[in-house]
Every structure is written in C-alpha cells, then in structure tokens.
Design a protein around this ligand. Structure first.
Ligand SMILES: [Fe+2]
Ligand SMILES: [Fe+2]
Length: 135
C-alpha cells in the first residue's frame, strides 16, 4: 500500500504544479518502499537524491511562476522552500555519514510537510496564479 496517497483535495488548479505534486508523492512512496525493504544506505541515498532533485526542480517551477505573476507572497514562499531544501540536504549528509537512519518519523515529516505545504502555501499561490491567467 502506498505510504502517501494523492487525493483530489491536493489539486491546486495549475496543471504543471499539480503534475509535479503527483510525482513528488510517488518519489516519497519510493523512498518509503526503499526503507521498508531494508535497503542499504547507498540505495536509500540514491532514492533520496532523486526526491531531493525533483523537489528542487519543482520549487524552481513554482518560484518562476510566482515571479512571472508578481506574487506578493513570493519571498515568504521561497523562504519555506529554502528551509525544506536545507533540511533535506542535511538529512542526505547524515544518512551518507551513517549518523542517521531513514526512519518512520523522517518519512512522516516529509509526508506531513508535503501535504501541509500543498494545502496551505501552494493553494494560496495557485489562487494568485489563476487570477493572473495561469492554469
Ligand atoms: Fe511551494
Ligand atoms: Fe508545491
């Protein structure tokens, strides 16, 4: 069973963003599966790198759209993206060093972060994008 299930309530109404959010859920599920399967830190590290890279690319997509449409909440939204990126890089470092294992609390953190950020900040952003004619 999937660890995180994409649901219609996560739809924000901007096609490119919604497609990427679905992929993010899939990458989080892949990471969970790797953890459940007891994969070693190299394999987990690869899966996490993939998720991290996809996340950074996704944030860039949103930030470009926010800038293009002069979104007033851009700086705050970007700061939240930057903080998550920092946390993921830190996690990658700890896993690589072996000072931390990928654990259920870490997975819950990623899942809750994703669900919360989409439901709050991304939806607010999407309202503005929609009003600016971006769907
Ligand atoms: Fe966002
Ligand atoms: Fe997003």
């Amino acid at each position: 069973m999937a660890f995180v299930k994409w649901e219609p309530k996560f739809e924000v109404g901007v096609a490119a963003v919604d497609a990427q959010h679905r992929m993010l859920f899939e990458h989080v599920n892949a990471l969970f599966d790797a953890m459940q399967a007891g994969q070693g830190k190299d394999e987990i590290g690869k899966t996490l790198s993939f998720l991290a890279k996809y996340t950074v690319d996704h944030f860039k997509t949103e930030e470009d759209l926010m800038q293009k449409s002069a979104y007033p909440g851009y700086a705050d939204h970007k700061a939240i993206h930057d903080e998550l990126t920092r946390q993921v890089v830190e996690l990658q470092g700890k896993l690589a060093k072996g000072s931390q294992m990928l654990s259920l609390p870490v997975m819950h953190f990623l899942r809750d972060w994703l669900a919360h950020h989409i439901s709050e900040e991304d939806k607010k952003m999407a309202l503005h994008l929609n009003a600016a004619g971006i769907h």
